[in-house]
Design a protein around this ligand. Structure first.
Ligand code: ADP
Length: 483
């Protein structure tokens, strides 16, 4: 199959969260199975070595109806692996800044532009995909374009797939974007793209794609309800027959404790010895007391309401004060929450370390050095860190929601079976209970190690995930052919 991905993030060139990891890993896995895969993504100012990126594939005049001087776009092609190429759209005005998701007035136009450019690259080069796979809101208007503006071109026959990586981010933009893309006026309706007086990108994608994917089976059920639907649950329900949940996976080239170059010592299920060395090294690096006997709980996360860390910060002092845990956080986001965690570190300097910012190497060392990984999310479409944690024998402590519920099995005291700690309610007492469970498990070394090994033996591979995607693509092609 010829598969085109359109995504705002592609690691390692751009990554704000799990989306960047997911798009590169899925693309690689599909190409490894012999498919021809192309990925269109913007060339942001933050991309290292952007001046000399790849080779010039094309200079386009993108089919938009704005300022003609801004319609030109250079496309750089980079071969990533056999069968896989990234096509970077280079446009100083739109993407020359360092941020992937900046706050600026033309943010809708900026997103619409690269989606339309993706289609123009195909039309210009004559490379016609079977599947156009759109990721998250920024690519949401592409399925709409396929059904309208470019319907009469060779692309009109392509099947499209819309993946919802997070339904909270929908891209509610100005109606002006419709004119910019030349979309027909009848789409300005609450039954179509209109939403709360604005133009909703993701709504367009959900309604117009041939099929809709979200990133776990549980989240696929949750987003049918008002609690998780963020105002689009009725729209999702309209597409329920074409909706499926497919879990993301772990890219074992990147996240593998036996080969990870960021670690002091590598380890595997055959010999967990290196994990203690990683813990001691992490404690040293972050200025914590070197202490292998106290469980170290870690968080690596965007600090937004979704992640439930505002609840965690209220629970942790009790355990830190009692000397029962050490705690490490790497993340950034909400300024007030950043300050609350900084204060926590100042209150417990030997037991708590907080690093505000983004640091890939440190995130690997934390995954390896911690004993537990806390994800008290209010909702979590899939979550990748609990998968990385399990691969590193770091037991996830998770709330039973979305992909967390689908991937972590609660430890049973009677059978010692399980892969982590799972709690039900996103509230202070839920987290408190879960940490007590973790302490209890840690106090039973044989059980703890048995659960570690079970976690490490879980298989969340991208090969499995890409099989799920391929089966979805086949259904989409059949549907598209049936008209
Ligand atoms: P989300 O996509 O909602 O942010 P996921 O768990 O799916 O959550 O993915 C988060 C990804 O981003 C993981 O790869 C995680 O390691 C990474 N990450 C998040 N914050 C940071 C940070 N401050 N430094 C390094 N990596 C981070």
């Amino acid at each position: 199959m010829k598969i085109l991905h359109i995504t705002p993030e592609l690691a390692p060139w751009s990554k704000a969260g799990g989306l960047g990891d997911a798009t590169i890993a899925l693309s690689k896995a599909l190409a490894a199975q012999g498919h021809e895969v192309r990925v269109v993504t913007p060339l942001y100012g933050s991309v290292p070595g952007r001046e000399n990126m790849g080779t010039l594939l094309d200079v386009l005049k993108v089919g938009v109806h704005g300022n003609p001087a801004k319609a030109a776009c250079r496309v750089r092609s980079l071969a990533i692996s056999s069968g896989l190429e990234a096509w970077f759209t280079e446009h100083e005005d739109y993407y020359g800044g360092r941020e992937i998701y900046p706050t600026r007035e033309d943010v809708g136009e900026r997103a619409a532009f690269y989606g339309r450019a993706a289609l123009d690259i195909c039309l210009n080069t004559g490379w016609t995909p079977d599947i156009i796979h759109c990721h998250d809101w920024t690519a949401g208007l592409v399925p709409v374009l396929l059904n309208t503006v470019v319907k009469g071109t060779p692309l009109g026959k392509c099947a499209s797939v819309m993946t919802i990586h997070n339904l909270q981010h929908q891209g509610l933009m100005s109606r002006r974007v419709m004119g910019f893309l030349g979309l027909p006026e009848h789409l300005w309706s609450p039954l179509e793209l209109e939403c709360l007086g604005g133009l909703n990108f993701l709504k367009g994608g959900i309604l117009h794609a041939t099929r809709v994917i979200t990133v776990s089976p549980t989240y696929a059920r949750e987003i049918l309800t008002p609690e998780f639907g963020y105002g689009l649950d009725d729209v999702v329900r309209r597409r329920q027959p074409e909706l499926e949940g497919i879990l993301n996976g772990v890219d074992s080239d990147e996240w593998n404790p036996s080969t990870d170059p960021y670690l002091k010592k590598n380890y595997s299920t055959k010999d967990l010895g290196g994990k203690s060395a990683c813990k001691a090294e992490l404690q040293r690096e972050l200025g914590l007391a070197t202490d292998l006997k106290t469980p170290l709980i870690a968080v690596i996360s965007r600090l937004w309401e979704q992640k439930g860390l505002d609840l965690a910060v209220r629970v942790l002092p009790k355990f830190l004060r009692a000397g029962q845990i050490q705690f490490v956080l790497l993340g950034s986001g909400d300024a007030q929450l950043e300050n609350e965690f900084r204060r926590l570190a100042a209150d417990f300097p030997e037991r708590c370390a907080v690093r505000i910012g983004y640091d890939n190497g440190l995130s690997h060392r934390i995954e390896a050095g911690a004993d537990f990984f806390l994800m008290p999310s209010r909702f979590e479409p899939c979550g990748l860190n609990q998968l990385y944690s399990m691969a590193y024998g770091t037991l996830p402590i998770v709330r039973a929601t979305g992909g967390l519920a689908d991937t972590v099995k609660h430890w049973s005291r009677t059978t010692a079976q399980g892969t982590g700690i799972v709690f039900q309610h996103a509230d202070v007492s839920g987290i408190d209970w879960a940490i007590q469970q973790a302490l209890e498990l840690f106090a039973r070394p044989a059980d703890f190690q048995s659960v570690q090994l079970q976690a490490m033996q879980q298989e969340f591979s991208w090969a499995k995930s890409s099989d799920g995607h391929l089966s979805c693509y086949r259904k989409a092609l059949t549907q598209r052919l049936a008209g």
